[in-house]
Ligand binder design. Sequence first.
Ligand code: DP6
Length: 388
Amino acid sequence: MADTKVYRASTTAPVNIAVVKYWGKRDAKLNLPTNSSLSVTLSQSDLRTLTTASCSSTYTSDDSLLLNGEPSDVSGARTQACFRELRARRAALEAANAALPKLSTFPLKIVSENNFPTAAGLASSAAGFAALVQAIANLYELPDSPSELSLIARQGSGSACRSLFGGYVAWRMGEKEDGSDSKADLVAPASHWPSMRALILVVSASKKGVSSTSGMQQTVATSGLFQQRISTIVPANMALMEDAIKNRNFPQFAEVTMRDSNSFHATCADTYPPIFYMNDVSKAAIRAVEAINAQAGKTVAAYTFDAGPNCVVYYQEEDAATVLGAFAPLLATAEGWKDGSVVNASVKLDEGIAGTIKEGVSRVIMTGVGEGPLKTDEFLVAEDGTPV
Ligand code: DP6
């Protein structure tokens, strides 16, 4: 009898924010980086992608993806690479066991939703590709480890490979030409250093900036400073960062985080023509973090910026009163501010800095370190194959 069943599997996957940045490709087709990188996975209570992968012999259209309610193109090389690799792994299982249903031959229908607004301007490709790969791996019942799956997610978007794990995650650049050693591994689980918090200051950009994919290509091609970053700065930062995480040494974690963000943005400024991701609000956030650390008399907060103006401030729960206390007068009315904790108003920000932040930040996300992808019984595709 023909197999007309609709097969389904769901997962959630987290966002990650790098503290040693990935910037530069040595192979654009395989998405291989010029340097290793390291990130903190953020809690899925605040930021996550939920994805259901389904397949059936009864599906009449080709592979499809519905993203936040809108049909999304799957014909791009990156998505195709993920589909191809996952299907090949499933086909190998089917070849070894004739009793398995031939899922690798069925069209895929994938439905995906973020729990955070696109307007937040947060790079969602990391959580998106991690969820896509993990959901299909669940559907195909692949035995692959998160590290092995990270090899596939990397081909969707580089930073996505780090979202296959929770906690503190390294993407080892690898050396092989075929990319088989360019994958993510766990530096430490979230439980090793659970007090890590992240305050994301969402800074609205007036126009869309240069995408990370194209920005990093321009930097590799034109920046002299970039060569020093990949040969000297990043290897040193990776070692210092792993050591800081192992020892839960926040001042060291913070200094490397800030220096590495500065180094990455310096290579952007050294790109010809230059690329600027940070704006005046971003720069005010840097000054605010410096003032908090100076007035606290120790390093309690660290800033970092990706390919956009949003500021992520890392701090430890034990310093929440000091760090949040400095921002509370400016941001307590911003969307997303979670009230409740006792705030200490001892840190005073310069009026100009405070005004710029108050005016330029209308939304915040208050979150912390979190877990990796989680299998769930929440489905975005019904048993009959229709999206819900
Ligand atoms: C600045 O992973 O978005 O956020 O591999 O081209 O998809 P592609 O790039 P992407 O780049 C992220 C760059 C970054 C730093 C980081 O996350 O490490």
